[in-house]
Design a binder for this molecule. Structure first.
Ligand code: NAP
Length: 322
């Protein structure tokens, strides 16, 4: 099969398009013939060797796909061959075929395009996990960092579904439009030098929850606007800076900092992920959530798509194929 290969640690220009052996579909897995791939921030980390996972070289990157089930491994009854699906895979997605454990596969109605489906599993799976870990409930105020990004925009939509008030932190006007279209109630600028004051101006009593896929100064500044007893969910470090924290602040303000990893939850607690697919797919089908696709590019344009992501030029997900 054809696939994008990572043959050396580095940036997107080092990726090579070529032939690789077909994957083997084992017990509990399905084989998916890939129609479209979501381009993820973590792909950049993975190919640079800075991700929590370091596959042996050469390997095929790509963690989010949509397509058709073309084979099932021993013991698999659902999904069935011929079904349209979206899946999270650790890596291997930028290829004609990939295999995925069934818990990481959502059956998608044929009425939804593969491009839309490919922008769905990681963003909404991660967003749902983050909001669950925060116990976000109706009437609460949540600040979302990187809010026009793929995960951030999914967090806005799912937080609105829970009845929360959303303050979205974004970097420019185009991203503000995306955050507003997702349902954000208030916007603050991630480029502001006074993020803490901007957040305090947007909420009288401090925010209840912070969802942080950015880290760096966003974490430091937004934490100062967190109310007594508030919760922060750490999702990632798109800024490239991992913040640190003085624990006395948590003690005196009785706050909680909570980690959330979609990928590791898929391994440690797969039912927590798979139990959510039917509800999330139903929302997708009735248009209550709408994956934001900022660009659709041909499969051969992976390095370009990753560079656009790196340069912070995308709002929502870039998708290859579809
Ligand atoms: N824990 C999990 O389970 C999980 C799952 C998926 C993703 N993630 C992580 O979540 C993060 C976001 O992923 P994504 O797919 O949503 O990426 P994305 O679509 O590229 O969005 C990331 C957002 O972060 C902001 N950002 C990017 N570079 C930045 C920089 N240098 N300084 C400050 N802000 C920057 C940008 O917002 P503005 O330009 O608008 O400020 C951008 O829209 C990544 O770190 C990813 O690894 C974690």
């Amino acid at each position: 099969m054809y696939a994008w290969k990572c043959v050396t640690w580095g940036d997107p220009r080092h990726l090579q398009l070529g032939r690789m052996p077909d994957p083997v579909c084992e017990a509990g897995q399905v084989e998916i013939t890939v129609k479209a791939c979501g381009v993820n921030f973590a792909d950049l980390l993975l190919i640079s060797g800075r991700y929590q996972l370091r596959p042996e070289l050469p390997f095929i990157p790509g963690m989010e796909v949509a397509g058709w089930v073309t084979a099932v491994g021993p013991g698999v009854t659902v999904p069935r061959v011929g079904e349209h699906v979206a899946a999270y895979v650790k890596y291997g997605g930028y290829a004609d075929k990939v295999v995925a454990p069934t818990a990481q596969v959502a059956v998608i109605p044929d009425s939804i395009s593969s491009a839309t489906a490919a922008a769905f599993p990681v963003s909404y799976g991660s967003a749902e996990l983050a909001l669950d870990r925060a116990h976000l409930s109706a009437g609460e105020v949540v600040v979302i960092g990187g809010a026009a990004g793929a995960v951030g925009s999914a967090c806005i939509e799912l937080a609105k579904q829970r009845g929360a008030t959303v303050i979205a932190c974004v970097g420019d006007d185009a991203k503000e439009q995306v955050a507003r279209a997702c349902g954000a109630d208030e916007i603050v600028s991630s480029r502001s030098r006074a993020l803490q004051q901007d957040l305090q101006a947007a909420t009288a009593d401090g925010v209840d929850v912070i969802i942080d896929p950015v880290g760096g100064s966003f974490f430091d500044e937004s934490l100062r606007a967190l109310r007594f007893g508030g919760r922060v969910v750490v999702l990632g470090f798109a800024s490239g800076k991992i913040p640190s924290l003085r624990l006395n602040q948590l003690l005196i303000r009785q706050q909680s900092v909570i980690g959330a990893s979609f990928g590791l939850t898929c391994i440690k607690d797969p039912a927590r992920i798979s139990d959510k697919w039917p509800e999330l797919v139903a929302m997708l089908e009735r248009g209550a959530i709408k994956p934001r696709i900022s660009k659709t590019l041909p499969f051969t344009d992976l390095p370009r798509a990753l560079n656009l992501l790196k340069e912070r030029k995308l709002a929502g997900r870039a998708v290859l194929g579809g």
